[in-house]
Ligand binder design. Structure first.
Ligand code: SAH
Length: 368
């Protein structure tokens, strides 16, 4: 069933148990046997549904927020409009449609998509017909010579995490090995890993058995984004599910297949793997690297502040009865605290010189 299982087992037999991060990276991104490179995972017929696929309102409001920020920073004549992990390209298509109200913005913007999956690049090209789109394998490929307006929805959650368990007064990494029946199993590293940084923040007083998650790849991305924003100007909007607590305590490593949660070790490469985003760690790293961070605020609050209810009313006026039902339920799904409104959060990073971005308040500016 899982083409990746045999090579992963071999790797573990030869080198010993591997970190959750290594497992996650291989399962999601292995070029020929990984999850993302081989399929379009989105939509009712796929494995999961994201906010831009739930409602056009999501991408439209984000597009308008980016346009507003462009106006607020003095309408630079060139701007890089970028997205990390654009999926089917729906968010960018909806954002650009909404941005037509400011033709000067469209004339100034060049479009940059960071996507590793060839299958999804095709979907993105089909969603953005006739537009000059530049694809990149990673953030580093995006030019550095103009302000950056970037959005990433459900991208950070796919970046690999490491897990550590408090054990005998130290932190031991949670690894993935294989049992006698060759099934993948969690195990603990034989030795502890020293963490001066988290020790300084009090993590060492957490009780025995506590599981802590760290997202080094997410923090590295935050640092790279912050460096660019400080040098190039602009804003990055990071939207994902996660928390703003002092530490990521508890196991959030999860697998989703055909809209159901499954065992993350069961079929590497066949299920989507993700983990909750530690927004506090991302914001802290970005601020340390020279950006200003706002939030995170809940997705419900963020979209309401951007005017989702008013925009829904406008669309309802012109809609057929069936469209009305779909529009209203899509909007509710995005903002209802019991659906996506509370678990999903938006964090904004800006250059130090930029004004408060749309959807955030000055009170939500973070200190180190
Ligand atoms: N933002 C989209 C899709 C989310 S799924 C939406 O909201 O619908 C995650 C996306 O990130 C996919 O497009 C996937 O191919 C891409 N992706 C995941 N890990 C990546 C990585 N390390 N580098 C580049 N793209 C990645």
């Amino acid at each position: 069933m899982s083409e990746l299982a045999a090579p992963l087992r071999r790797l573990i037999r030869e080198h010993g148990p591997i970190s959750v991060a290594r497992f996650m990276a291989l399962a999601l991104a292995h070029p020929t046997k990984g999850y993302y490179p081989r399929r379009d995972p989105l939509g009712a017929a796929g494995d999961f549904v994201t906010a831009p696929e739930v409602s056009q309102l999501f991408g439209e409001l984000i597009g308008l927020a980016l346009v507003q920020h462009w106006l607020d920073i003095g309408r630079p004549p060139r701007v890089l409009l970028a997205e990390l992990g654009p999926g089917r390209g729906t968010l960018m298509a909806d954002a650009l449609r909404a941005a037509r109200v400011v033709p000067d913005f469209l004339a100034a913007a060049s479009i940059h998509l960071v996507e590793t999956s060839p299958r999804l690049r095709e979907r993105q090209a089909a969603a953005l017909p006739g537009l000059p789109v530049h694809w990149h394998d990673e953030l580093a490929g995006i030019p550095e010579d103009a302000p950056l307006l970037l959005v990433a929805n459900e991208f950070l959650d796919a970046l690999p995490i490491r897990q550590f368990v408090r054990h005998g007064g130290g932190w031991r990494e949670r690894l993935i090995g294989i049992d006698e029946a060759s099934a993948f199993r969690f195990t603990l590293a034989p030795r502890t890993t020293p963490f001066p940084e988290i020790a300084a923040e009090g993590a060492d007083s957490l009780p025995e058995g506590t599981l802590l998650e760290l997202g080094p790849a997410r923090e590295a991305l935050a640092e790279a984004l912050a460096g660019r924003l400080a040098a190039q100007g602009g804003m990055a909007l990071l939207i994902d599910y996660g928390s703003d607590a002092p530490f990521m305590i508890g196991d959030t490593f999860q697998a989703v297949r055909r809209h159901l949660k499954v065992d993350p070790l069961e079929a590497p490469g066949e299920a989507d793997l993700s983990a909750h985003v530690d927004f506090r760690a991302v914001a802290r790293r970005a601020v340390a690297a020279g950006a200003v961070a706002y939030g995170p605020v809940s997705q419900g609050d963020f979209l309401r502040r951007l005017g989702i209810e008013l925009r829904l009313q406008r669309l309802l006026e012109r809609a057929t009865p069936e469209q009305r039902t779909a529009l209203a339920s899509g909007c509710a799904r995005l903002i209802d605290p019991l659906q996506m409104g509370e678990l999903f959060k938006a964090l904004a990073l800006t250059s130090p010189a930029a004004p408060v971005p749309p959807g955030f308040t000055l009170q939500e500016k973070r200190q180190l």
